[in-house]
Write a new protein. Structure first.
Length: 85
């Protein structure tokens, strides 16, 4: 029988749980998520064509994320690509 993840009340409990054999966990209970660790301390104001903003909003909605996060990810990916070349 597959195990569910218990509720943890401390980091120590979570760490202890992760330090065991997890092969019998029910992985269907997990949902993918993305974390943004850096604080958003700067702000920009950007004018774009309405059609571009609508396309960004459609694409972000398809991924179930806010369109501002989608724009941040696109910027990060563009910078990462340019660093590789």
């Amino acid at each position: 029988m597959k195990r569910k993840i218990p509720k943890f009340t401390s980091d120590e409990q979570a760490e202890a749980f992760l330090n065991q054999d997890l092969s019998d966990l029910d992985f269907s209970q997990f949902k993918p998520t993305r974390f943004e660790f850096q604080k958003k301390t700067a702000q920009i104001n950007l004018r774009v064509p309405k059609a571009l903003l609508e396309a960004v909003k459609r694409r972000s909605a398809a991924r179930c994320i806010p369109y501002t996060r989608f724009i941040r990810e696109a910027l990060e990916q563009a910078l990462h690509r340019s660093e590789k070349s």
